[in-house]
Ligand binder design. Structure first.
Ligand SMILES: Nc1ncnc2c1ncn2[C@@H]1O[C@H](COP(=O)(O)OP(=O)(O)OP(=O)(O)O)[C@@H](O)[C@H]1O
Length: 276
C-alpha cells in the first residue's frame, strides 16, 4: 500500500486530490460521538472541496451512519464540529440549510406526488413558507425543476407518481430534487444500497457528473468497494469510529482493503477489482 493512504493525523485533508484546490465545501473537525460510553466516532477530521466526490467506506458498525447524521445536523456531536461553506452546521437555519442536500438510501420521496412535485420540494428553501405550503411555485422554479429532471434522464416521467417509478428512477428523482436545491454539498447516505448493480452504477455516474459540472462537493457512504474505486475521487475508510484510510481512490488496493475490513476471509467478501 502506498504511504498516501496511511496519513491521517493532523492535516485535515491528508488524501488531497486535485479537486481540493477549490473552495472548501465541507469541513469536519475532530468530530466525536459516544453512545452509552461507547465511542461511535472519535477524532474524525477531513475536508471536502468543490467538485470532489468522496466515498466513505467501512465495515458494519464503523460509524458511517453516526458520521453522516452529524454531518447533516441530525445528531449533535459530543466534540468537534461540521462547517458547510465555512458556516457551522449547528447554526445553519432555514435558508442557509438549502446549501446542504441529502440523498437517502430509501429515496424519501412523497409517493403520491409526481416526480416534478417531488423535485419542486428542493425549491422550498427559496420560497416564502406560505408559497411552499400551497405548492405555489414560480415559473422559474418549475422550469428549473424540469431541467433537473431532464439532467437525470426523467423529463418524460415528470407527471408520473413517484411510487410508480422503479427504485433507480426514484433515486434519480431524489437526485434531481437535490440538484433543484442548487447546493454546495450533497451528502448521500448509501444511495445505491437498495438498487441493482446497473441502477446503482447509473446513480453514482450521475453524482460524479454533478460534482464535475456543478462544482458541488459530494460525500457518499458505500458498501461496495468496486463502486468507490470506479466513481469516487477519494476514499475515506472508517474503522472503529476512526479514519484509518484517506487517499485517492486509485491508490485503494488490496492492502488498503485488508486494513479496512480485516483479513480477506472476514467482514468484507469483496476483492478489489481493476476499474476501467
Ligand atoms: N443511537 C444509538 N445508540 C446506541 N449506540 C449506537 C447508536 N447509533 C449507533 N450506535 C453504535 O455506534 C456504533 C457505530 O454505528 P453506526 O450505525 O454509525 O455504524 P455504521 O458504520 O453506519 O454501520 P452499518 O454499516 O451497519 O450501518 C455501533 O457500535 C452502534 O451500535
Amino acid at each position: 500500500m502506498t504511504g498516501h493512504l496511511h496519513v491521517v493525523e493532523k492535516n485535515l485533508s491528508p488524501g488531497a486530490t486535485q479537486a481540493q484546490q477549490g473552495a472548501c465545501r465541507l469541513r469536519v473537525e475532530t468530530l466525536a460521538k459516544t453512545f452509552a460510553g461507547h465511542a461511535a466516532i472519535e477524532d474524525v477530521s477531513f475536508d471536502v472541496h468543490d467538485g470532489e466526490f468522496v466515498a466513505v467506506l467501512g465495515p458494519s458498525g464503523a460509524g458511517k451512519t453516526t458520521l453522516f447524521r452529524c454531518m447533516t445536523g441530525l445528531l449533535a456531536p459530543d466534540n468537534g464540529g461540521v462547517w458547510i461553506d465555512r458556516e457551522d452546521i449547528a447554526t445553519l437555519r432555514d435558508r442557509s440549510r438549502r446549501r446542504l442536500a441529502v440523498v437517502f438510501q430509501q429515496f424519501n420521496l412523497v409517493s403520491r406526488l409526481s416526480a416534478l412535485d417531488n423535485v419542486l420540494a428542493g425549491r422550498l428553501g427559496y420560497v416564502p413558507a406560505w408559497r411552499g405550503a400551497l405548492r405555489c411555485f414560480t415559473r422559474a422554479d418549475r422550469l428549473l425543476a424540469l431541467e433537473c429532471l431532464d439532467r437525470v434522464g426523467l423529463l418524460a416521467q415528470a407527471g408520473q407518481r413517484a411510487d410508480t417509478l422503479s427504485g433507480g428512477q426514484q433515486q434519480r428523482v431524489a437526485i434531481a430534487r437535490a440538484l433543484a436545491q442548487q447546493p454546495s454539498l450533497i451528502v448521500a447516505d448509501e444511495p445505491v444500497a437498495s438498487l441493482d448493480p446497473n441502477a446503482g452504477a447509473g446513480v453514482l455516474e450521475l453524482l460524479r457528473g454533478i460534482a464535475r459540472t456543478d462544482g458541488v462537493g459530494i460525500v457518499c457512504s458505500l458498501h461496495q468497494v468496486h463502486f468507490a474505486r470506479a466513481y469516487a475521487d477519494r476514499i475515506i475508510g472508517l474503522s472503529h469510529g476512526r479514519i484509518v484510510i484517506d487517499g485517492p481512490s486509485s491508490e485503494f488496493d488490496q492492502a488498503a482493503l485488508e486494513r479496512l475490513y480485516g483479513h480477506r476471509d472476514s467482514a468484507e467478501p469483496e476483492s478489489v477489482e481493476p476499474t476501467t
